[in-house]
Design a protein around this ligand. Structure first.
Ligand code: SF4
Ligand code: SF4
Length: 242
């Protein structure tokens, strides 16, 4: 996004609305640091920022890759064919009762990299995916991040897109339960080197007695679990049975 300097009257209304802290006042006019900008579109939405002169305009490069990647992962109104999958992650990835992607004896992982006010880059995402790929992890191929990878078996991305900043994207995969400790060790190790934040989702099935035994295993590794439940009623699809 950019500010039309001829239109801006320097009121400063827009500055606090930017989740990337990319807007500042320079010589009495709003200025966008294009490197910092996520291309989330917030500042250009009249219902969000009441710019009195409608001074915000799309930057030229946002219609094409690599800059288009910023918009795709930051602007919730955009659904594009760049990654072949709309949204930040796989549709219904956290609702295994509907998708049945994670079987008994397996666990699913979602690593939600970046958040508003902090963001992430694919360079940081690659730090995590490269390390996980060394465990022979197979990344979820219905996920938009997967479609940006240069080599999913190595968890690598093309150099020309690695520095693009975005609000958030999700790394997803499932693995056999015996890999749990190794996966958690990698995530904890890489977390120390990352210059961003992430949320870690773990998807697992109840056992026949209604217990979630993986929680004790995680506690034994020093990982405390916050149990969130998501129940989707009326999705119009049969429940997965096995
Ligand atoms: S598009 Fe989003 S990140 Fe970029 S300047 Fe506007 S509000 Fe900030
Ligand atoms: S809200 Fe519009 S006019 Fe006011 S500083 Fe921002 S860009 Fe300029």
């Amino acid at each position: 996004m950019k500010v039309n300097q001829d239109k801006c009257i320097g009121c400063g209304i827009c500055v606090p609305y930017c989740p990337a802290f990319a807007i500042s006042m320079v010589n009495g006019k709003a200025y966008i640091d294009e490197e910092m900008c996520f291309e989330c579109g917030n500042c250009g939405r009249p219902r969000v920022v009441r710019c009195p002169t409608s001074a915000f305009e799309e930057s030229e490069g946002v219609a094409v890759i690599p800059r288009k990647i910023r918009k795709f992962f930051s602007d919730p109104t955009i659904s594009d064919a760049v990654t072949k999958v709309p949204g930040r992650g796989t549709e219904e990835s956290k609702t295994n009762d509907v998708t049945g992607k994670v079987s008994h004896g397996e666990f699913g992982i979602g690593i939600e990299m970046g958040r508003p006010c902090h963001g992430t880059t694919l360079h940081q995402v690659e730090q995590m995916t490269r390390a996980l790929a060394e465990l022979n992890i197979e990344f979820e191929d219905c996920n938009p991040v997967y479609h940006l990878m240069e080599d999913p078996s190595k968890g690598t991305f093309p150099d020309e897109i690695k520095d693009e900043r975005m609000v958030s994207c999700i790394i997803e995969f499932s693995a056999k339960e015996e890999k749990l400790e190794a996966v958690m060790d990698v995530i904890k190790r890489v977390a120390n080197d990352l210059d961003t934040v992430f949320s870690l989702d773990l998807i697992y099935r109840f056992d026949d007695e209604g217990n979630i035994p993986i929680i004790q295993k995680l506690n034994d590794m020093g990982i405390l679990v916050r149990k969130n439940a998501k129940v989707n009623l009326g999705m119009g699809r049969p429940m997965v049975k096995d």
